[in-house]
Design a protein. Structure first.
Length: 154
């Protein structure tokens, strides 16, 4: 939260109480949540906001690189990296067992995407890649500690 507030101050953005409340819910864990799940979590904390106020807060958070929308789940996740508004590539690692989502740094992937797009004259406005599977913690809990590279090599 401190990083977001510092970024808002630097950019001259206003972090209102509703925006802070929505981000606080998203930061509570790394599980993508729908807008209505966010509302339910906020209600448990004492105040049930209207859907429109949550969607407005989400629009602000996403538009400024503080949160992301997980397209396949129609859910939202706090951003764990320093993105600027409109940064072109995001990679999500989505665990099918525990529903945790991790955000990965896509530097190498971005170069490949730009190369493919340039070859066709296409100018992407964004690139979001969602990889589904099982996270390390779930694999280890299930006794599957082999790395993905070791599994494909064998």
């Amino acid at each position: 939260m401190a990083r977001v507030e510092q970024t808002c101050a630097t950019r001259g953005l206003k972090m209102t109480a509703p925006r802070r409340d929505v981000l606080d819910v998203l930061l509570a864990d790394h599980v993508p949540m729908s807008a209505y799940e966010i509302i339910d979590r906020m209600a448990v904390r004492g105040r049930r906001p209207s859907p429109i106020s949550v969607y407005r807060a989400l629009d602000f958070l996403i538009g400024n690189g503080f949160a992301h929308r997980i397209e396949s789940r129609n859910a939202f996740l706090a951003c764990s990296h320093e993105h600027g508004p409109g940064d072109p590539a995001v990679v999500f690692l989505l665990c099918e067992s525990c529903n945790v989502a991790e955000e990965a740094e896509p530097a190498e992937l971005l170069a490949i995407i730009e190369h493919i797009a340039a070859g066709t004259g296409f100018l992407p406005s964004s690139a979001v890649l969602e990889l589904r599977g099982r996270c390390r913690r779930c694999r280890e809990a299930e006794g599957d500690a082999a790395t993905p590279a070791a599994q494909t090599a064998g």
